[in-house]
Design a protein around this ligand. Structure first.
Ligand code: GBH
Length: 481
């Protein structure tokens, strides 16, 4: 029946890239093989109390050894591209100095396998797993880390530049800076707003220096991107106080990165909002803005749920329950530096297993805002997806109609942005398989393929078959197809 049904909605543009995404620490396992040294996520996940259930990435989905099977799953979906990240401490164990050949060889094998199946590799250099050695030298709050990152970028480009056409410097630097150093719910687990803002600047600088290094090392037709988890910020009410709260979150949640990377400067309101936490004139050196603003070819947008914020009534302390409700971690301070006086809540409506409200309109809003503010910059949705309480039936199926509905809604949101003029070049679904969901461990499942961890068996969920059909037709079927 799918063959005869007329397309329910207009097509995505010709050449639209259909993909799926993963990240090294969430899937690879093999954490002490072939010369890999610990990253901040190994240290963090082995620290009691940090990860739900005491889970670690020690085995994860054993992708390091099962990558051939996983590429077959991608081929089964008909993916045009696969977005993965490189484990820095696997290919440059101390975060400095020479490459580890065996570590690089893994990514060479993976890329070859992808190319043999006609799948474009989309390589992310940094998805949160800083070599522990560099954290011990100060981590992202230390300026030196930016230079180390650019050297690492050059090393990977030299090894894989002939075979990888799409490069991303950083995945979600907001999470690295503000969850890693601001609230401390991610590695390395520091809760210090000053450190978080310093980290944000050095991530920006590392990005710019890496863009320079990649331009030198890569062929001219390689495309360079960065992926941001931009916040679709909504004031809880239309009051002036709530709108002011939303402005502050937009500054320290979004424009702290898009300002210097795309507009050449930190926004004035961010600088004054955070002047009590950091001396920006000391932090930002003379040449930094030009370095950070080196042109990129594509902007990646990762989107899951909107961010709803409001001002607390005068004198009322933010309570831990509200913070945890908004996903900021039990008793943790707000990740948003200097925003301990603001309250985060969830929009009404159905939620995923993460507790995140399902609201595709935030995705359309972000894409159209970027189109308006940065005309001519091609966009890519580099992550979108959802966790639900998936169950493997005795017959070996996983029925996940909620995920299909989530994906349908968000792909329709992308389609609407395109129809309104946004230049969106592709969509990467998070994630190929269930995996290690950071502080939530293995209990939260985002995959198109279910993973039975004791046996490592992969099983296609209904959503995998649905996505394969969307890719095959290049259009959204009616729900229920
Ligand atoms: C992505 O992070 C990661 O890139 C990926 O590794 C991860 O597995 C995936 O998403 C699923 O979590 O600020 O309280 O409103 C997404 C991280 C999730 C951070 C949404 C901000 C909003 C919660 N973002 N979150 S809140």
């Amino acid at each position: 029946p799918a063959e005869t049904a007329p397309p329910a909605l207009p097509d995505f543009p010709a050449g639209f890239l259909w993909g799926a995404a993963t990240a090294a620490y969430q899937i690879e396992g093999a954490v002490d093989e072939d010369g890999r040294t610990p990253s901040i996520w190994d240290t963090f996940s082995r620290t009691p109390g940090r990860i739900a259930g005491g889970d670690t990435g020690d085995r994860a989905t054993e992708h390091y050894h099962r990558y051939r099977q996983d590429v077959r799953l991608m081929a089964e979906l008909g993916l045009g591209a696969y977005r993965f990240s490189v484990s820095w401490s696997r290919v440059q164990p101390t975060g400095r100095g020479p490459a580890a050949k065996q570590g690089l060889d893994f990514y060479r094998r993976l890329v070859d396998e992808l190319l043999e199946h006609g799948i474009q590799p989309a390589l992310t250099l940094y998805h949160w797993d800083l070599p522990q050695d560099l954290e011990d030298l100060g981590g992202w709050p230390a300026r030196d880390t930016a230079g180390r990152f650019a050297d690492y970028a050059a090393l990977v480009a030299d090894a894989l530049g002939d075979r990888v056409g799409l490069w991303t410097t950083l995945n979600e630097p907001w999470c690295s800076a503000f969850l890693g150093y601001g609230s401390g719910v991610h590695a390395p687990g520091r809760a210090d707003w000053t450190a978080a803002l310093r980290a944000a600047h050095h991530l920006n600088l590392g990005h710019g220096l890496a863009v320079e290094a990649l331009r030198t090392a890569l062929p001219h037709d390689a495309r360079i991107a960065v992926s941001h988890n931009l916040h679709a910020v909504r004031p809880r009410t239309d009051s002036a106080a709530d709108r002011e709260a939303a402005r502050r979150i937009d500054a320290v949640g979004n424009r702290v990165f898009t300002g210097p990377m795309l507009d050449g400067a930190y926004p004035a309101d961010l600088i004054s909002d955070t002047a009590h936490l950091v001396d920006w004139s000391e932090l930002v050196h003379d040449g930094d803005p030009a370095t950070i603003a080196r042109p990129i070819d594509l902007l990646g947008v990762n989107y899951y749920t909107p961010t709803v914020v409001s001002a607390l009534p005068e004198g009322q302390a933010p309570d831990a329950a509200a913070a945890s409700e908004a996903g900021h971690g039990d008793g943790a301070q707000s990740p948003f530096a200097g925003c301990g006086d603001l309250l985060f809540t969830r929009a009404p409506g159905p939620r995923t297993a993460m507790g995140w409200t399902i609201d595709p309109s935030g995705l359309t809003e972000l894409l159209l805002r970027l189109h308006r503010e940065h005309p001519g910059l091609p966009l890519m949705v580099t992550e979108n997806g959802a966790a639900f309480d998936d169950r493997l039936t005795p017959e070996g199926a996983v029925h996940d109609p909620q995920r299909i509905a989530y994906l349908h809604g968000h792909l329709d949101a992308v389609r609407q942005a395109i129809a309104a003029g946004a230049d969106v070049r592709g969509y990467f679904l998070w994630s190929l398989t269930d995996n290690f969901e950071w502080a939530h461990g293995y209990g939260k499942r985002f995959g198109l393929y279910h993973v039975d961890y004791p046996t490592q068996a992969r099983t296609a969920k209904d959503s995998a078959r649905w996505y394969a059909e969307v890719i095959r037709r290049g259009t959204l079927p009616d729900l229920g197809v």
